[in-house]
Design a protein around this ligand. Structure first.
Ligand code: SF4
Length: 239
């Protein structure tokens, strides 16, 4: 029988205890909501060998594999790692980045999957060892249709058009801050303007650092913005 502490430790690795109190659900990451056909075949093999033969896709486009027995956790993780995949994506950290299909969608103004992969490297992996006040979700949408609901994420990015210094219309990015969806809900506060990718990366980095410094324990970014004033917070950002 596992202790609650051991279960919490496994959850931190991406293995979430099931309703039966005995088996685990493996949360398997995608870096931009896509997997290769080889990875799909490996996921099917893994589900047959180490779980109950099924996988589900979460609303944030991670893969969940239910029915993993405790003794199968390590072999499953090794098998997935050997096939270029990993488990994780839980806890008070930057969560795996969600994005829409804007890269291939006819309405897509930006390369959502490419940008999500870049954010995965820089922020999901780059900040992996940083414990935050609370979880922090990022989503990238390809156009104003907002299929992935960026404004319900802590940091929402949407593709729009902007006019550059040469007066040309080029793709750009709108940003919302502090969105929440769950027991407590908040639509993200828009930052006025349409930004370049470099500006988006800088605003994300600044937002994380200020929130980390000033948040109460377990205070989500949106609730922190409500406390300090979203407009006052935005006025402190350099862009
Ligand atoms: S948000 Fe726009 S680009 Fe993304 S899937 Fe929806 S319609 Fe396509």
């Amino acid at each position: 029988m596992l202790t609650n502490e051991e279960k919490a430790g496994l959850k931190g690795r991406g293995m979430i205890i099931s309703k039966d109190g005995e088996h685990f659900v493996a949360r398997i990451l995608t870096e931009n909501g896509t997997v290769t056909s080889d990875q799909l075949r490996a996921l099917a093999d893994a589900a047959d060998r180490y779980a109950e033969g099924s996988v589900g896709f979460t609303s944030r486009l991670s893969v969940e594999m239910p029915g993993v027995a405790y003794e199968n956790i390590d072999p499953l993780e090794t098998f997935l790692n050997n096939n270029g995949m990993e488990i994780g994506g839980t806890g008070p950290k930057i969560r795996p980045v969600a994005c829409c299909k804007g890269t291939v969608c006819v309405h897509g103004l930006i390369d959502t999957q490419g940008f999500a992969a870049e954010l995965h490297e820089k922020f999901y992996k780059g900040w992996h060892d940083v414990t935050l006040p609370a979880k922090f979700k990022i989503a990238v949408g390809g156009c104003p249709n907002n299929c992935i609901k960026p404004s319900l994420n802590d940091f929402g990015i949407s593709g729009w058009m902007r006019v550059n210094e040469a007066g040309e219309r080029v793709p750009g990015y709108k940003i919302t801050l502090g969105g929440l969806w769950g027991k407590s809900q908040r639509v993200g506060t828009p930052v006025e303007g349409v930004f370049s990718k470099e500006q988006v990366l800088s605003i994300l980095d600044q937002s994380l650092k200020i929130w980390m410094e000033e948040a109460e324990p377990k205070e989500r970014f949106g609730r922190y913005l409500d406390r300090v004033g979203a407009d006052a917070f935005i006025a402190r950002l350099q862009f």
